[in-house]
Design a protein. Structure first.
Ligand code: NAI
Ligand code: MG
Length: 798
């Protein structure tokens, strides 16, 4: 037994196994083996044929899955075709609600997904848990947003139709999300074929689609090997094929679809260069190499598998790399302390072994750490080749394993030449502490992605894809959407209407406490996430449309505004620097929690304003939708890159203004209020908001919704009272950075006059707006008012 003292000396640690129990319980629910997921249900394989998928770390059989036949593919394509028109007709908002529901479902089951992925593929749980699955959720969130914005941001484009999608085994669920999320967001329906070695997370995903009630046929999963993939490629009812995998199969698919009219996108192999310049920080470089080639056992299409090091630092880098390789841990994928898991399948392990032997035979120096591998399972040690010639097999062929080659260069020109000496062009990374060097080299590299002082970074907002034999088409970001769109003006010229609630996912109401507060309670102010009594100790009556006094609200004053501004400033830094994805998730959650309360809010509106039941329902629904719209925009209101013609690029970054004072219009007490608060919050502002003076209860009813939506305290502060008293205080306040005012002309003028103290940006309007209207009540005008542009000049291609 080691003593604590010994343990501190050696820094050795034990295993930290993740339990497979929940995953096994899920597998046990399919004792006969899995079928295909077709038309929203499990379907037996027509030929009754199944094969095993195994755990590469142990060799144990995990489950039996169906071998898809031509008939199975036929049934799936038919189901997708039958579902497509209604899915498109559901409209962007309806589809956004479904994609959001899927994102939430992935998050709710994230641990189960991570364990199943690691069991089936062999990747370390640390990676499936912390990288793959969070990125999967992120893809569904991000594309929920594109669905929401499709009508305005992609006007004139419609879906391609039925999409066949074929994915590899290295990132099984992540590749599923890269394929399915953009396709269904744009109104397509899909038939997805996962890889034969790793079908399980796709089947778990299908299970969840059934559970949440995704309309049948929108997502179909047919398992099987290359023959099943070929049947999908050849099916005449498929309008587009999206493929990720080997360049060889990509070539076969290009040939098979030629002249068929099918659209095609291909994400293929790579042999990506990893350039290390003399002035690079070598310790960062070493960690970069770990992420570049030992992430996912090196089974990454964009793995940095060719290190090109400048001569002066090459020897030092090799020493450092070898020392680091000694500390890497290879072992059970379910061990949380493991860096490198198992290779996916025996054929892949064999391929790696053969290529390494060939490398040695061709005269390169092969180095592997001194420790030994686990005795059972498909493991391969991290491997570094030096003394490699540029034409060597190991320098040219994609090994798809934890094997990296290192070559040296003398000058930047030679580095570029060596980097581009490949038939591929997927990615590259450039390491230099000198930004000018890095940005001189980046534009010269023939690759779809270039990482500067980092590597293997992915996000739903950024496109990913290849140059040359690495394929074409992009996945992620707006550029990735074009793969799933075709120009098609909507003939009726009408904007889409709200989908009927019966076709939307139902959100679980369990997240909220009981209903809205009773109307006879006097709501307080909402400052710093707390309900506080007004400083004045006075209240204002609230009358309904018939003039009856129904309750009172707090009468906020100068002191309350000061406190609210202070609370907003406390919250500001955290909120403005939170990732856009975080802000998007919070706003979606606001939408969800408002949707759960849809009827109560409509009833409250009707009771107070005397509007018709229909009009009240419409305002609430538009409010929910507005929350979806700004959640969507949160991570999409991108800056730009200006091509300033002086060997520069100019990054035009949208930044928040600071703390905003918002004075909401009197009319549309819920929608008008949210139409100001949501875009401001989406762009990273903390706000002090004064709700409709006449009907402030719709804003005070939101306290609970905001409380339960993970909105940080102080981001939205609400001060009720009279506009005439509060707006001037906000306008004159030196710690308020901008003010939006919607009210009478004389008051607007006063706001503008008072803003001169700190020259705060003002947006004051007196013309009434139709807040229900999607063009008047929301959109870029609001986003522009909620941002200022900073231009950053960067040398590029110098
Ligand atoms: P692969 O390209 O054969 O398989 C990828 C997918 O295509 C799988 O779902 C497979 O069932 C399907 N498929 C196979 N033949 C098909 C056909 N004729 N028509 C339609 N679909 C077909 O890749 P494989 O065999 O798994 O791995 C072989 C090598 O490919 C690896 O050693 C690696 O070098 C490379 N590879 C590259 C990937 C990348 O992301 N760039 C991913 C996986 C493999
Ligand atoms: Mg497997």
């Amino acid at each position: 037994m080691t003593s604590i003292r010994d343990a501190f000396q050696t820094m050795a640690w034990g295993t930290a196994p993740e339990s497979p129990a929940t995953a096994e319980a899920w597998l046990a629910r399919h004792p006969k083996g899995f079928g295909h997921s077709i038309g929203g249900a499990w379907v037996e394989p027509s030929a009754g044929e199944r094969f095993a998928t195994t755990n590469p770390a142990t060799g144990a059989e995990l489950a039996r899955v169906a071998q898809g036949s031509k008939e199975d593919v036929e049934a799936a394509v038919r189901a997708a075709r039958a579902a497509q028109a209604a899915w498109w007709a559901l409209g962007g908002h309806g589809r956004a609600r479904w994609l959001y529901a899927l994102a939430r479902e992935v998050q709710r089951n994230s641990r189960l997904f991570a364990v199943v992925e690691s069991l089936d593929n062999g990747k370390p749980i640390r990676e499936s848990r912390d990288i793959d699955i969070p990125l999967v959720a992120r893809h569904f969130y991000h594309h929920a947003g594109w669905a929401e914005l499709m009508e305005t941001e992609l006007a004139g484009y419609g879906p391609v139709g039925v999409v066949g999608q074929i994915i590899p085994w290295n990132f099984p669920l992540l590749m599923l999300s890269w394929k399915i999320a953009p396709a269904i967001a744009m109104g397509n329906t899909v038939v997805l074929k996962p890889a034969e070695f790793t079908p399980l997370t796709a089947l778990l995903f299908a299970d969840l689609c059934h559970a949440v009630g995704l309309p049948a046929g929108v997502v179909n999963v047919v398992t099987g090997d290359g023959r099943t993939g070929a049947a999908l490629v050849e099916h005449p009812g498929v309008d587009k094929i999206a493929f990720t995998g080997s360049t060889e199969v990509g070539r076969i698919i290009r040939a098979a679809t030629a002249g068929s009219g099918k659209r095609l996108s291909l994400e293929l192999g790579g042999k990506s260069p990893f350039l290390v310049f003399e002035d690079a920080d070598l310790d960062s470089v070493v960690e970069g190499v770990v992420d570049a080639i030992w992430f996912n056992q090196g089974q990454v299409c964009c793995a940095g598998s060719r290190i090109l090091a400048q001569e002066g630092v090459a020897a030092r880098l090799v020493d450092k790399l070898r020392a680091r390789m000694e500390t890497l841990r290879v072992g059970s994928p379910l061990d949380k302390a493991v860096d490198i898991g198992a290779i996916v399948a025996p054929v892949q392990l064999e391929k790696i072994r053969q290529l390494v032997e060939q490398g040695i035979a061709e005269g390169a120096t092969c180095w592997q750490p001194s420790w030994s591998l686990p005795r059972e399972g498909l493991f391969y040690p991290p491997t570094l080749f030096t003394d490699v010639t540029p034409a060597a097999t190991v320098a040219q062929v994609e090994i798809f394993g934890p094997v990296v080659v290192l070559m040296t260069f003398r000058t930047p020109a030679e580095a570029v030449e060596m980097a581009n000496n490949t038939r591929y062009g997927l990615a590259a990374s450039v390491w230099s502490e000198n930004l000018n060097t890095a940005l001189d080299i980046a534009p010269q590299l023939k690759a779809g992605t270039v990482w500067v002082n980092c590597t293997n970074l992915f996000d739903a907002a950024s496109g990913f894809g290849g140059y040359r034999e690495s394929g074409y088409g992009r996945e992620g970001g707006k550029e990735g959407l074009w793969e799933y769109l075709k120009a098609e003006r909507r003939k009726d010229g009408k904007t889409e209407s709200d989908p009927s609630p019966s076709v939307l996912p139902s959100f679980r109401p369990s997240v909220l406490p009981s209903g809205l507060p009773p109307i006879d309670r006097t709501p307080k102010l909402y400052i710093g996430g707390k309900q506080v009594r007004p400083d004045s100790g006075y209240a204002l009556p609230v009358l309904d449309s018939a003039g009856n006094r129904v309750t009172e609200v707090g009468r906020g004053n100068r002191k309350d505004v000061r406190n609210a501004v202070e609370a907003a400033h406390h919250a500001e830094r955290g909120w403005a620097t939170a990732t856009a994805h975080t802000r998007a998730q919070v706003l979606y959650y606001v939408a969800e929690n408002l949707a759960v309360r849809e009827r109560e809010f409509a009833e409250r509106l009707r009771a107070l304003t005397g509007s018709s039941e229909d009009a009240a329902a419409l305002e609430v629904r538009a409010s929910i939708r507005r929350a979806f719209v700004y959640a969507a925009w949160a991570d999409k209101y991108d800056g730009r890159v200006h091509a300033t013609p002086i060997r520069n690029v100019t990054l035009a970054m949208n930044e928040p203004i600071g703390v905003l004072g918002l004075v909401a219009p009197s009319e549309a007490p819920l929608l008008g209020f949210l139409s100001l608060v949501l875009p401001a919050a989406a762009m990273g502002h903390s706000v002090v908001a004064v709700p409709s003076e006449r009907w402030p209860l719709l804003a005070t009813d939101l306290y609970q919704v905001l409380d339960t939506s993970d909105l940080p305290a102080g981001v939205v502060n609400i001060v009720t009272g009279t506009r005439k008293e509060l707006a001037p205080v906000l306008a004159a306040h030196d710690d308020v950075d901008g003010i939006w005012f919607f009210g009478p002309r004389e008051e607007a003028a006063e706001v503008e006059r008072l803003s001169t103290g700190n020259m705060k940006r003002t947006w004051a309007e007196w013309e009434p707006r139709d807040w229900l209207d999607a063009h008047e009540g929301q959109g870029e005008e609001f986003l522009r008012e909620a941002t200022q542009v900073k231009n950053i000049w960067v040398p590029y291609g110098a």
